[in-house]
Design a protein around this ligand. Structure first.
Ligand SMILES: [Zn+2]
Length: 123
């Protein structure tokens, strides 16, 4: 008995496909919906991360008085405001060799006794 060729299915609606072997979708409608859905998922991840970063930045701005270039805060100051230490934009090494974590223009460095130095980059 001849083996039936493996049925291919539309990547979007899962309907069986006929015709060309390299066909991935039943029609343009399915292709467009599939691609839009894929793009929307990545956009959502980026949005979530961006909002975490913006929140961290606004907490740092709140902790550092406007007239100051740097200040000392406690871990509680961060955590009570919902700061998330996992989300940073980049790191910078100071002249003295300390690695600061940054959220855009605001940065922090862990000191002893659960204290932190908060700094702002000047333009
Ligand atoms: Zn389809």
């Amino acid at each position: 008995m001849a083996k039936e060729p493996k049925k291919r299915h539309c990547r979007y609606c899962r309907k069986p496909l006929n015709g060309r072997i390299d066909k991935k979708f039943c029609n343009d409608w399915c292709r467009n919906y599939y691609n839009n859905k894929k793009n929307n998922e990545s956009t959502q991840i980026i949005k979530t991360i961006n909002s975490k970063l913006r929140r961290n930045r606004s907490i740092l701005a709140e902790l550092l008085p406007k007239e100051r270039k740097s200040t000392r805060v406690t871990k509680i100051d961060f955590l009570s405001r919902g700061f998330d230490f996992r989300y940073i934009t980049h790191t910078l090494v100071s002249k003295k060799g300390f690695t600061f974590s940054f959220c855009y223009d605001y940065g922090w460095l862990a000191l002893e006794n659960e204290e932190y130095r908060v700094v702002k980059l000047s333009a």
